[in-house]
Design a protein around this ligand. Structure first.
Ligand SMILES: [Zn+2]
Length: 253
């Protein structure tokens, strides 16, 4: 069982999953109370206050999903990330957005049903594209104003209603740096539970235009050779995988 408090997971003695968990006084939600259709998610509960008896508790800490990812890897991140997305959704989707009546979990599938008007809602998922654009052996890396001061990464943006992924890629790249691309190829995807995204990764080649960062989301952008990269995202993210893939291809292995 996974134990969440806010956006963090309980870790005791270096372990974040427990065969059984003694319910503390105030558990806001326990996935084992949900109907059977929901039970294929990793069991989890959400506590509102410090779990367990602080005096007798073994070494415990609360870690966020990113830290869990770094310490326990992709598999653990996927399981905890799935539970987190359902937990976070149930935390925020308590009332019908149509009529305001309380929602309750469906028996047949993982939906929430409004008993008053019959409206059904499902966990939200926001697709986003992430693209590694290359030009003459160099990779387009940009600094997003929300990222740490020196860190650069590939471009990303959310898919908007009515768009194909190809359209999103063209629009985002034009909006953010003012260039056109060609030869768009699918690279891979990654669940991104911060809080409910799916990252769809692509590679592309420069077609025309000169870099012109939008000044709002991006304050700098440039073409970088593999041996001249600025600080890039750590380890496991799809942005880093795209960057590493480019570097590997340029080195010819
Ligand atoms: Zn309703």
């Amino acid at each position: 069982m996974l134990v969440f408090k806010g956006d963090k997971l309980l870790v005791r003695d270096g372990v974040f999953e427990f065969d059984k968990f003694d319910k503390p006084a105030r558990v806001a939600r326990d996935s084992r109370d949900l109907p059977s259709a929901w039970q294929d998610i990793e069991p989890w509960c959400e506590v509102e206050e410090e779990a367990g008896n602080a005096e007798n508790a073994p070494a415990q800490e609360w870690v966020d999903l990113r830290a869990l990812w770094q310490r326990w890897g992709d598999e653990a991140f996927a399981r905890a990330g799935t539970a987190y997305q359902y937990m976070n959704w149930l935390r925020h989707a308590r009332f019908c957005s149509s009529c305001g009546a309380p929602l309750s979990p469906k028996e047949e599938d993982k939906g929430l049903l409004c008993g008053a008007c019959g409206r059904v809602t499902y966990a939200p998922l926001h697709p986003a594209i992430i693209v590694a654009v290359e030009r003459d052996g160099k990779l387009l890396l940009a600094h997003n104003t929300r990222m740490p001061a020196k860190r650069y990464s590939v471009l990303a943006g959310f898919v908007e209603p009515g768009e194909s992924l190809e359209r999103t890629i063209d629009r985002e790249i034009m909006e953010e740096v003012g260039i056109e691309v060609r030869d768009v190829r699918y690279f891979g995807s990654q669940s991104w539970p911060f809080p409910c995204s799916l990252m769809l990764g692509f590679t592309a080649r420069w077609k025309r235009g000169e870099l012109r960062p939008d000044g709002v989301e991006l304050d700098d952008a440039g073409w970088f050779p593999p041996d001249g990269f600025p600080e890039i995202p750590p380890g496991l993210s799809i942005s880093r995988k795209l960057i590493d893939d480019f570097a590997r291809r340029m080195k010819g292995d």
